[in-house]
Design a protein around this ligand. Sequence first.
Ligand code: FE2
Length: 250
Amino acid sequence: MQIESENFQWEYAKQKITILDDPYCIIIDDLFGPEKSKEIFEYIVSLREYFHPAKITYEDHLKTDEDYRKNVTCYIDALYKIDDPDWTARREYRKKSQLLGAIDGLVQSQDMGMILHSAPFPICKFRDVNAWETQISRYGYDKDHYEWHYDRLSNDDRMITLVYYVNMEPKKFQGGELVLSRGLSLGKKIITSNAKECTIEPKNDRLVIFNSRTVHRVTSTTSSARFEEGRFSVNIWCGIRKNGEPISNY
Ligand SMILES: [Fe+2]
């Protein structure tokens, strides 16, 4: 499972950036390039045994609810966790993961911080991010989906959401679009009548960035039972901590 990755630093070079403004989100295509994204895809497929049915947070505890969310997930941070107070040592260890090495390089990239600094709040705070968690999702087994929700929970580090899509080329799944809404949600429903929505196609090597309070869902997804033919996305939830506590509790 562990493959040593090179010392990775993300730089803006050949990417294409698009803004959708209702609701606001940033789409960066060709984020890592064909070689690196293929390497990340193959690495994710190698983690198959670590994927388990997704759970949702309900009244401060985790439970499965397939009407609300049905897919499989891998909490990759837990696989590369060492008990060392020194972040540099922990970061070095995470570089053993092809994916975490790339994600950590992206979150700490000066280029990305500068690009996002002119975005609306809270995305403009990206360069101050010092805490992030990573979860990989696979959708595609028998109408996998995730109903309306927002990522921000209580007192956590989820201020800015990054979703990175990576998949086999050509893609072998149908559906699995990300739909963002300006609406207000209650439970798994949008309760406002005139909320604008935008739909984003899950495309290989695409990054989508939005406020973790933006309401969103994943549409029904179909793929073959072959693990590698599914729709894969990597969620990176970013926040800012001071003295070990989240200060992003806006
Ligand atoms: Fe989400």
